[in-house]
Ligand binder design. Structure first.
Ligand code: PEP
Ligand code: MG
Length: 621
């Protein structure tokens, strides 16, 4: 496009990325260690996610568009201020000296988005220069930065820092103007290994696993939602790898991600590269072998049928679910519908999404969990800033999350329930409530559910008969220990061991520094699982386990021994768990669980699990 051409409306300029520089000469091999979160080996050129300066070409606008362009700018400013405000609120979680360092910087950014020289200049360029908002932002920021750098005086470092700040705020504005997600991966070459400081769940939702072969980040733990999503996409990944960041990585340097061992090798030696290539082939052969289990039943030697279902976090996992041999979706995390967007999906849009998934499952049951927003799922990077309330809480995991938020926002809750009910015409559906802690919440949710049913009937909508059951996640210690009481109100239970372990042990599931303390084999977690399972069996409520524990074949004997007969997990784990089940006897498992539950030391329990007859290989060893 030439420099002065006016693009048609709706085709605003997109930032272009400069090509990544070609790899420079090989450096000595470097190995970083982190937490293995998603198995497999990836080899490819490494690229960071930090935004290179966006090159926005010069775009004129007709005078008639000045007002609309100004409104786009104001919306982007408001959104940027809101994002920064949230970032500022989160600083209270950092140590004091880090806060003292970062807070003035964020304040400076927020000031720059107020009645500043930068904002005045941008507005003037739109109205007087008749240019698109992106163009105005880039050109004004460049002009101010150049003026700062040209100022006389000794403090060249300070001048450079101030110029960088202007460019940083311009980048944020352009991201918001072009509705680009905070982290964009579209500029990465095919086959790239992605190295990042931090990836939020909403960022992972944007990764195309057919283009990116592996992922590593400095931040994150094994059971966080980022890890869950990476496993769902089947991408070899390592998180919590201190030292991995853009600055430490030469763009295009060869990297090996070992998502089983938890290592990242940069600039590997010939021997390391050859070993990694052999591991890639071995991994592919093993996958093919497990794939052949697809048609075999999930049944123990003594004839106990076990239900194996898949968790789904992104619709693009549907083909993986079909290949896995899973008998339905045991946990559809509906958060994906609310990520990376500017507005809330309406009832029709949600109905279409759910119906598409229910139809794709061709008669196999689908358990749809209503929105579990809040905590770490409320991503700063979602681009959906403001579509859902943000809560600047010191302890987001203990705040307005899951069912609590839905009960406060009946509009949101009712719309989603209506959409699920309408989609349930297409096949068997169950509805699941997240983050329940009390009977009152389940009662209130059921009242809402019944109200929605009445409204849809009045509207003449066709609804399934009988109506979808309404169940609850058992993922807080409160719900687990009150499971017998909750069984009066809930039609079924899904035990979420990820949050259950986090809340029982007071360990953030996505934090690398306390990852070693996050132990689902802690007797406290196992006793909660046991209590809830036994309550469900006594009260004849269907019960399943859908946290990451269910995906680990090492834990299968114990979970079967505790009485569980239904599991839901990421699709790629289904064949391994099935293989484990087919080598077990349910009565041996019951005796084994009995012995395990007498122990108080997680390490002792782990040793028992490792030496259980036959001993199972790890998730993907
Ligand atoms: C869980 O907490 O175990 C669970 C399955 O829910 P999520 O991982 O989505 O929080
Ligand atoms: Mg959970």
């Amino acid at each position: 496009m030439s420099r002065t051409e006016t693009p048609p409306r709706g085709q605003r300029p997109r930032p272009r990325r400069s090509q990544a520089p070609p790899p420079r000469r090989a450096a000595p091999e470097q190995i970083f260690h982190g937490i293995a979160v998603s198995p497999g080996i990836a080899i490819g050129p490494a690229f960071g996610t930090s935004e290179p300066p966006a090159e926005v070409s010069h775009h004129k606008i007709p005078a008639a568009d000045i007002e609309a362009e100004g409104a786009r700018l104001e919306a982007a400013i408001a959104q940027s201020r809101k994002q920064l405000g949230k970032l500022r609120a989160r600083l209270s979680l950092l140590p004091e000296d880090s806060q003292a360092e970062i807070a003035p910087l964020i304040d400076a950014y927020i000031r720059m988005l107020g009645p500043s020289r930068l904002v005045r200049g941008i507005r003037r360029r739109i109205t007087e220069g008749l240019v698109a908002a992106e163009t105005a932002v880039t050109e004004e920021a460049d002009a101010i930065a150049a003026a700062i750098l040209a100022t006389a005086g000794d403090d060249s470092t300070g001048r450079r820092r101030r110029a960088d700040e202007v460019h940083e705020i311009a980048r944020r504005l352009i991201r918001n103007l072009t509705r680009q997600p905070y982290q964009s991966f579209s500029s990465l070459p095919d086959g790239a290994v992605l190295l990042a400081e931090q990836l939020r769940p909403a960022d992972v939702a944007l990764i195309d696993p057919s283009r990116i072969v592996g992922v590593a980040a400095a931040v994150g733990g094994r059971e966080g939602h980022t890890a869950v999503l990476l496993r769902a996409l089947g991408l070899p990944a390592v998180l919590g790898a201190a030292g991995i960041a853009e600055e430490t990585v030469r763009p295009g340097a060869v990297a090996i991600i070992d998502g089983t061992a938890g290592t990242i090798t940069l600039d590997p030696s010939e021997e390391s590269l050859a070993a990694a290539r052999r591991a890639v082939s071995a991994f592919a052969r093993e996958r093919a072998r497990l794939g052949r289990l697809r048609r075999l039943s999930a049944e123990t030697i003594d004839g106990q049928a076990i239900e194996l279902q898949a968790n789904l976090e992104l619709p693009r996992e549907l083909p993986l679910i079909a290949q896995s041999g899973a008998a339905g979706i045991g946990l559809l995390r509906s958060e994906f519908l609310f990520m990376n967007r500017e507005d809330l999906p309406d009832e029709d849009a949600q109905t279409d999404h759910y119906r598409g998934i229910v139809e794709a499952m061709a008669g196999d049951p689908v358990t749809i969990r209503v929105l579990d927003w809040g905590g770490e799922k409320e991503a700063e990077s979602s681009g959906g800033e403001g579509i859902l309330p943000g809560f600047a809480e010191a302890n987001p995991a203990l705040g307005m999350r899951g069912i609590r938020l839905l009960l406060q926002r009946p509009d949101l809750f009712e719309t989603q329930l209506a959409a699920i009910l309408r989609a349930a015409i297409a096949g068997p559906v169950r509805i699941l409530l997240p983050m329940v802690t009390s009977l009152a919440e389940v009662r209130a949710a059921r009242e809402t559910y019944e109200r929605v049913v009445r409204r849809l009937r009045r509207r003449g909508e066709r609804l399934p008969e009988p109506l979808p059951p309404l169940g609850i996640m058992i993922e807080t210690p409160g719900a687990a220990l009150a499971a017998d009481a909750l069984a009066f109100e809930a039609d079924f239970f899904a035990i979420g061991t990820n949050d259950l372990a986090m809340y029982a042990l007071a360990v953030d599931r996505s934090a690398a520094d306390v990852a070693a303390l996050y132990d689902p084999l802690h007797p406290a977690v196992l006793r909660l699982v046991q209590f809830a399972t036994e309550a469900a069996l006594r009260t004849r409520r269907p019960v399943s386990a859908c946290g990451e524990m269910a995906a680990n074949p090492c834990f299968t004997p114990l979970l079967i021994g505790l009485g569980l007969r239904s599991f839901s997990m990421n699709a790629s784990a289904v064949p391994r768990v099935k293989q484990a089940i087919r080598a077990l006897r349910a009565d041996d498992c019951a005796r084994f669980a009995h012995r395990v539950m007498e122990r108080g030391d997680p390490d002792e329990i782990r040793a028992m699990i490792d030496s259980f007859p036959g001993g199972f290989p790890g998730p993907e060893s």
